[in-house]
Design a protein around this ligand. Structure first.
Ligand code: UD1
Length: 415
């Protein structure tokens, strides 16, 4: 059990370079299954989730190595069955289902199951595969997919699921004919996957909107691709500046991916200045209360609501967070309450009374973003905060400890 220790409160000031996006890198790594030959991926963050996806690819026969860039060669994959011990560790492992099915006409992938933030079913992924011509059974904890060929079709998603959109794009990139995904997710990580596949020779249009058209191509060829910056890591540092009353310049960001976060921070009294691939955020000390409702992109990201909850504890009034994407994403609240936060939970809403001085405590990270929120809370709390189960933080934040130290924080990570 690892610990993230925040020894005392601080003011975050200085510059930080944001790492590549975990949620963009994982589907692109899965998509490499579709492409025989050496793919070179740049701006890959150093994270345990990335290592696990690399191990999954190795287990099914790909060659994967880090030489500054991440090099994947899927030419020799022969195994269409994904390893259960690794797959159950990360939900994104289910993203290998679409490309394995497309390449081998069969795939056997463990059900990702539930996780602390909600039940997270894969029915929309399966609906997409079925519409493309696949059959499946669920047996012994695996989804077993087969098809004689995948054929393009129209698929309407009942909810714009990020993972289902990605799996359907990958399954249809080399299918026969044209696939149209309606009510698709439009997150920047979808656009990055489409950009990568298009560089490999795919014909995908409309990524970034709610209708994506994929004209199947015969084969894909390797390319070099640099993944987009991590908008959630960037947002977490922006909240860090807000909550400690500091001023941070973020490098390697895409400002258009951060609009909802920037707008909410501006409403709360922060000054945000955008440059071409940099952004500065400075606090005047004022933290006005506000409300947030999580929504699919371009709405406010569910992956940022816990961090905002920590900030709202410091605001000048009562704020409400409404979570509409996942059913159980408030597990960090009892932990913030242990730090003297005044938060009440009412179904999908958290009602947060600002103006209480947070106090350091021993708390536990229930998931990645909960862990980030508790670290942020520790940065403005009186005394020492110890975040247990801090290995969750390593899943999504590349070198958070050193980056925070460089900004003036007194923190340690203990394995
Ligand atoms: C991705 C992100 C995650 C982010 C989420 C929403 C990755 C690796 N993870 O997760 O960080 O919080 O998008 O922005 O990119 N759903 C169904 N049936 C399905 C699929 C999803 O009901 O077949 C539901 C889920 O239970 C959830 C909602 O749709 O309530 C959103 O899930 P989805 O967009 O699929 O998120 P992920 O791709 O799992």
């Amino acid at each position: 059990m690892s610990e993230f220790i925040i020894n005392n409160k601080c003011v975050l000031n200085g510059e930080v370079s944001v790492s590549g996006s975990k949620n963009a890198a994982l589907p692109i790594m899965a998509a490499s299954i579709l492409v025989p030959g050496k793919i070179s991926l740049k701006n890959i963050p150093s994270l345990s989730d990335i290592d696990i996806m690399a191990d999954i690819l190795k287990c099914i026969g790909a060659s994967v190595s880090f030489h500054g860039d991440l090099i994947i060669d899927a030419s020799n994959i022969e195994n269409s069955s994904a390893p259960p011990d690794l797959c159950t560790q990360i939900r994104a492992s289910f993203l290998v289902a679409g490309p394995l099915l497309a390449r081998f006409k069969r795939a056997q992938v463990p059900l990702p199951g539930g996780c602390p933030i909600g039940s997270r079913p894969v029915d929309l992924h399966l609906k997409g595969f079925k519409a493309l011509g696949a059959d499946y059974i669920i047996e012994d904890g695996f989804v077993k997919l087969t098809c004689s060929e995948l054929k393009g079709t129209n698929i309407y998603l009942d909810f714009p699921s990020v993972g289902a959109t990605q799996n359907i794009i990958m399954a249809s990139a080399t299918a026969k004919g044209t696939t149209v995904i309606e009510n698709s997710a439009s997150e920047p990580e979808i656009t990055d996957l489409a950009d990568f596949l298009n560089k490999c020779g795919a014909n995908i249009k409309g990524a970034g909107t709610d209708t994506i058209t994929i004209v199947g191509v015969k084969e894909l060829n390797p390319c070099t691709h640099s993944v987009i910056p991590d908008r959630i890591e960037a947002g977490t540092f922006m909240v860090g500046a807000a909550l400690t009353g500091g001023s941070i310049r973020l490098k390697n960001v895409n400002c258009s991916h951060l609009s909802a976060i920037s707008s909410k921070l501006a409403e709360m009294g922060l000054t945000i200045n955008e440059f071409s691939n940099e952004l500065s955020v400075s606090s005047s000390g004022i933290k006005k209360h506000t409300d947030i409702k999580t929504l699919p992109f371009p709405g406010f990201p569910t992956d940022m609501q816990a961090q905002f909850a920590a900030l709202m504890c410091q605001s000048d009034g009562t704020s409400v967070i409404t979570e509409t994407v996942f059913e159980n994403r408030f597990m960090y609240i009892p932990e913030l309450v242990r730090m003297n936060a005044d938060i009440k939970l009412d179904g999908r809403c958290a009602i947060i009374k600002g103006g209480t001085q947070l106090v350091g405590a021993k708390v536990r990270a229930s998931d990645l973003r909960a862990g980030a929120a508790l670290v942020l809370a520790g940065l403005c709390a009186d005394g020492k905060t110890i975040v247990n189960d801090a290995q969750y933080i390593k899943r999504g934040y590349d070198n958070l400890e050193q980056k925070l130290k460089n900004l003036g924080a007194d923190v340690n990570y203990i394995l």
